[in-house]
Design a protein around this ligand. Structure first.
Ligand code: TXA
Ligand code: MG
Length: 353
């Protein structure tokens, strides 16, 4: 069913109060509205209302066992929605919030099962965006918000992406400009025996370990989820972040030779800054300097979406360094590639033998 969608263009530096109130009004009436954050755009509804949560799942085409992150504006509110909160959780909020960090804690009963996907935990985050913080305050309730893309496609990092995916499906779309970080928040669980990293993001493992000590790494960050690897963040088991074309990550020094040998006019190449001239195909996008993981994170989803607009059926991607913020870039890219990684040095070696 087509929904009437209102668009709000709001100034991120100085959010117009009357626009925030109008968007809040839609949320108060259990509508769903896209929100800008520093990571990616979210699709928000009242986190305390199961009807709003169900609308989010419907609009995204998202499986309902995949819980939603609950966005709050103030760390004091942690205690309203979570229980048995360890000191380390408060230290993490103190150090990194507002910012690209989500903390999984035991949930209070006020969080409906539809928001927590039936789990006894809740994922809490304070986003670093004036528009969204003002909106949460104007609503007087927290906002449940997954990324504002159709399930499976790359997360939206600018308003135009949310318009393409969700116009006519949601009550409101906020245009708050581009997202800085470009990949979704880091998720840490403090609800189990040991602190565990469930999803890498803009806050790095090193930054977290300074506060919580050694982190367990969910195996599904770097491995395919299957019966042996069941991810602790349910969303990590679904195919993710994928453009329409097949993505293949290319490792090794002989990447230019390998890619050019295997390219035709329908091949895309995702490479680092300055490398465009190396490739024969015209469908080349540079996603940041080879040593600049922040730039790669900022541009990755935008590039994956841009390939959808080109007539490509295959994308070769240069392999990012998987440390610091680069771990988040690598994690999103291997999922987009459905774990399809080739080593150009080995393959080229074999061909010339
Ligand atoms: O940066 C972000 O986190 C963005 C913006 C909008 O805040 N949101 C986002 O939401 O990425 P989403 O729904 O696309 O991803 C949330 C991930 C999913 O993999 C979900 O399974 C996991 O968080 N998650 C949510 N609640 C959880 C919980 N209680 N326990 C474990 N994982 C949880
Ligand atoms: Mg998502």
């Amino acid at each position: 069913m087509e929904v009437k969608t209102k668009i709000f263009k709001i100034d991120p530096k100085n959010p117009e109060k009357y626009l925030i109130e109008q968007a809040a009004d839609l949320l108060i009436k259990n509508g769903i509205v896209t929100i800008p954050t520093e990571t990616v755009y979210g699709l928000a509804g009242n986190a305390l209302n199961k009807e709003a949560a169900n609308k989010i799942y419907m609009a995204k085409g998202r499986p309902s066992d995949n819980p939603l992150i609950v966005h709050i504006s103030d760390k004091e509110d942690v205690f309203k929605y979570a229980k048995d909160v360890p000191d380390t959780a408060l230290k993490l909020f103190e150090a990194f919030s507002p910012g690209p960090l989500t903390i999984v804690l035991k949930k209070q009963d006020i969080i409906p099962d539809s928001v927590s996907g039936g789990l006894d935990t809740v994922a809490l985050r304070i986003p670093n965006n004036n528009i969204t913080l003002s909106l949460i305050n104007a609503c007087g309730f927290p906002l449940a918000a997954p990324s504002a893309n159709i399930s499976g496609s790359p997360s939206p990092t600018e308003f135009e992406h949310t318009y393409k995916d969700l116009f006519g499906k949601v009550e409101g779309l906020i245009d708050g400009g581009k997202c800085n970080v470009g990949v979704e928040s880091t998720i840490i669980s403090l609800a189990g025996d040991k602190p565990a990293l469930l999803r890498p993001g803009g806050i790095t493992v090193e930054q977290l370990e300074d506060i919580v000590g050694e982190l367990e790494m969910d195996k599904c960050i770097l491995n395919k989820a299957d019966k042996d690897f069941v991810p602790k963040a349910p969303g990590m088991k679904y195919k993710h972040y994928a453009p329409k074309a097949k993505v293949i990550i290319v490792k090794g020094n002989n990447f230019t030779e390998f890619i050019n040998k295997n390219s035709n006019e329908k091949t895309g190449v995702l490479c680092f800054d300055g490398e465009k001239k190396l490739f024969k195909t015209k469908n080349v996008l540079e996603y940041g300097n080879e040593v600049d993981s922040n730039a790669q994170a900022h541009n990755l989803f935008n590039c994956l979406r841009a390939f959808d607009e080109m007539e490509v059926d295959k994308i070769f991607a240069r392999c990012p360094k998987a440390n610091g913020v680069g771990l988040a870039v690598y994690n999103r890219l291997i999922k987009a590639a459905a774990f399809n990684v080739v080593d150009a040095d080995k393959i080229i070696g074999k061909v010339s033998e």
